[in-house]
Design a binder for this molecule. Sequence first.
Ligand SMILES: [Zn+2]
Length: 329
Amino acid sequence: MITWEEITDLQPIASRTIINSINKGRVSHAYLLQGERGTGKRDIALLLAKYLFCLHREGANPCHTCNNCKRIDSGNHPDLHWIEPDGQSIKIEQVRNLQKEFTYSGMESNQKVYVIQDADTLTVNAANRLLKFLEEPSKQTTAIMLTENGHSILSTIRSRCQIIELQPLPPDVMNQRLQDEGVHHLEANLLSALTNNTKEALSLHQDEWFAGARKIVVQLIEMYVQKPEDVYLFIHQQWIPHFKERTEQQMGLDLLLLGFQDILHQHIKEDTTTVLLPKEDAKMERAMMSFSKEQLLFILQLILTAKRKLKQNVQPTLVMEQLALQIQR
Ligand SMILES: [Zn+2]
């Protein structure tokens, strides 16, 4: 159960904006919350919804104990609707169904709230349909849209929403939180370089697949240093079978990026901390001798390009084969 105090810790500007509008009795009829993964979009949407439905609120705070608050916590409030992508996108059918539900007055009161998750995945038709809905705001209907890519949202929709920008958690804050949860500080460095979401970081920390992924990435980098001729085989025997899903493949490339960055950072400044590769190690020495700064910068570019190709749905095995060959050159 999240409170405004907790949100204010992470998102001071956003929460002040929302609390102010609540205090002035000017809750907007549509919000667009935009920010990276882990910046608290969902928590803010839930808290705002709770405030709107709560029977015993105090100031901007819902009570968290009334019937309405409880039903929101358990995902069972009849006048709060969550829309999520159906597969890759949010389809016009989903918006139509929402509108149908909303033509009846609220099940219990006139207050209605809908939350659209990943609002950037609305198809053009769905977005246009939604636009009509936003153009005729009813006093007691509140739309809360959540997105990681605010700029992929139609400007006509954006212009009808109050836009709330959420800031990513600073890495040192994240790092400290993980250490408070018992994560070793070196491990915390790596996890906070990979994600902005404390929960996700903690689950990676306990994930066997992730432990295996790290090992493979470190081995691959060592192989580039010691036996580049075996890399191609290693990719097929170890990498491809381990990194199966798209998100896993992206994670693999993120780790590889961090590993090569470690070598580059050691080149530039010896006292920087590394996040993936052990620092005081003969292997690091050898890695620094094998790659010049210029080569490392080039390799980082290649990995970023490979990440983009994966996003564009290029066949993952092909992406990795090309990357392997390009890095060797
Ligand atoms: Zn309540």
